[in-house]
Write a new protein. Structure first.
Length: 144
């Protein structure tokens, strides 16, 4: 792991599939369980669960990179942020058709008034699909 410059923080985003991103950042935004958090260099130590959503990394050159995480945990140290995601994708790798299909399946399962466990699973799937679509929408707006 490289040592981050004084005005940056080292960021590692990993999932069971492997490392998605590793590098320095000026700022990181993540969907913590209690709401979005912003992390700058020299941030106080923090450990939080993540909900499905977007992780944004502002690189030292001013570029923003977008990632989808399906939940997990984040550990923040003054010079290092580690995102341990259940699932993670670069925003550009999200399959919009698959996300829309998953959203539709989840909505149908909720309409069918199935048992509570199935409803909980459908709600979780709906949240993941909606978060993926939101990340794609933001990426499209930035490209315009």
């Amino acid at each position: 792991m490289a040592e981050a410059a004084p005005n940056t923080i080292q960021v590692d985003i990993v999932s069971a599939e492997g490392e998605i991103f590793s590098g320095p950042a000026k700022m990181v935004f993540a969907p913590a369980s209690q709401g979005e958090i912003g992390i700058a260099p020299r941030h106080a130590p923090l450990l939080s669960m993540l909900k499905a959503g977007e992780v944004r990394v502002q690189t030292p050159d001013g570029e923003e990179q977008f990632f989808f995480v399906g939940g997990g945990a984040i550990e923040v140290q003054p010079r290092h942020v580690t995102v341990l995601a259940d699932t993670a994708l670069r925003a550009k790798d999200i399959d919009e058709a698959a996300a829309l299909a998953a959203k539709q399946r989840a909505e149908e399962a909720l309409r069918d008034k199935t048992d509570q466990i199935t409803q909980a699973e459908a709600l979780a799937e709906l949240a993941r699909a909606a978060a993926q679509l939101k990340v794609l929408e933001r990426l499209r707006k930035l490209r315009r």
